[in-house]
Design a protein around this ligand. Structure first.
Ligand code: ADP
Length: 260
C-alpha cells in the first residue's frame, strides 16, 4: 500500500456506478478473464442490468478479443473516453489503447496511472454494476486497486489444482486485508467430459476448490468444466453465454450473475 500511496482514497472511485465487483485470481491462466466476460454478459442479458466491464489486466488484456472489439474508443469534448459496447456490456481495456503486438512492460506506478485513466477518465454513464477483470496475482498493485476501487465484493477464480488453489487462498487473504467481501469461489476447468464416450476426466484433480471453499468458509458458486465451446467463444469473440445460452455452462454463469 505504501508504494502507491500517491493515489488518494477516491482516485479510483467511479462516479455513477452502483456496484463494482472484481473477478480475481491468484495466478494467470486459470480462466479469470473468461469468467469476467461471461459474467458481465450474463448480468446484461439475463439480469437486464446496465453493465460495464473494466479490463484491468493491463499486462495481458483479453477483453478486446473475447468481446470482439477492435476499434479504439472515441473521446468526449471534456476528454473522457467512451467505452465500447458489445453484447450489452460497455467495455474499457488497455488493449484498446496499445498496439496488439507491443510488449507491456510497466512498473507498478505506471499500472496505477493507466488504471486511473481507465476507471475515472471514462464516460461510463450510469451503471448498475461494473465488473473488473483484475490483473492476476496478489502484489502491491492488486492490493492497492482492491482498496481504491471501493469494491462491493470479489469473486475468486481457480482451477482445482493445488498450485492454483494456494494462490487463490492468497487472493482471499488479500481481499480480507482491505475488507472486501468475497462473493464466492469459482472452480474453472473442473473436469473434461469426453465428447465421444461422455466419461469425465479430472485433469487438474477432483474437488479441490470445494475443499478450499469449505476450509476458508467461502461459497463455491460454480464449477465450470473445460469445454471446446468455451475456448472457441473466447477466441472468436462470442462468449458462450451468447453463442449457447441454453448450455449447462451458460446457465452456471447466469446463476452466478443472479446471485452476486
Ligand atoms: P486468465 O484470465 O486467468 O489468465 P483466461 O480467461 O484468459 O485466463 O483463460 C486462459 C485460456 O484458457 C484462454 O485461452 C481461454 O480460452 C481458456 N479457457 C478458460 N476457461 C476455459 C474453460 N472452462 N474451457 C476451455 N477453455 C478455457
Amino acid at each position: 500500500i505504501r508504494s502507491y500511496s500517491v493515489l488518494s482514497n477516491d482516485q479510483l472511485r467511479i462516479n455513477g456506478v452502483k456496484d463494482v465487483i472484481a473477478v480475481a485470481s491468484g495466478k494467470g491462466g486459470v480462466g479469470k478473464s473468461t469468467t469476467a466476460v461471461n459474467l458481465a454478459v450474463a448480468l446484461a442479458i439475463k439480469c437486464r442490468l446496465k453493465v460495464g466491464l473494466l479490463d484491468a489486466d493491463v499486462y495481458g488484456p483479453s477483453v478486446p478479443t473475447m468481446m470482439n472489439i477492435h476499434q479504439k474508443p472515441e473521446v468526449t469534448r471534456d476528454m473522457k473516453m467512451i467505452p465500447i459496447e458489445n453484447y450489452g456490456v460497455k467495455c474499457m481495456s488497455m488493449g484498446f489503447l496499445v498496439d496488439k503486438d507491443a510488449p507491456i512492460v510497466w512498473r507498478g506506478p505506471m499500472v496505477m496511472s493507466a488504471l486511473q485513466k481507465m476507471s475515472k477518465e471514462v464516460e461510463w454513464g450510469g451503471l448498475d454494476i461494473l465488473v473488473v477483470d483484475m490483473p492476476p496475482g496478489t502484489g502491491d498493485a492488486q492490493l492497492t486497486m482492491s482498496q481504491k476501487l471501493q469494491l462491493s465484493g470479489a469473486l475468486i477464480v481457480s482451477t482445482p489444482q493445488d498450485v492454483a488453489l494456494i494462490d487463490a487462498r492468497r487472493g482471499v487473504r488479500m481481499f480480507s486485508k482491505v475488507q472486501v467481501p468475497i462473493l464466492g469461489l469459482i472452480e474453472n476447468m473442473s473436469c473434461f467430459k469426453c465428447p465421444h464416450c461422455g466419461e469425465p476426466s479430472f485433469i487438474f484433480g477432483v474437488g479441490g476448490a470445494r475443499r478450499t471453499a469449505a476450509e476458508m468458509g467461502l461459497q463455491l458458486v460454480a464449477e465450470i468444466p473445460i469445454e471446446v465451446d468455451i475456448r472457441k467463444g473466447c477466441d472468436e469473440g462470442i462468449p458462450i453465454v451468447v453463442s449457447a445460452p441454453d448450455s449447462v455452462v451458460s446457465k452456471a454463469y447466469c446463476d452466478v450473475a443472479q446471485n452476486v
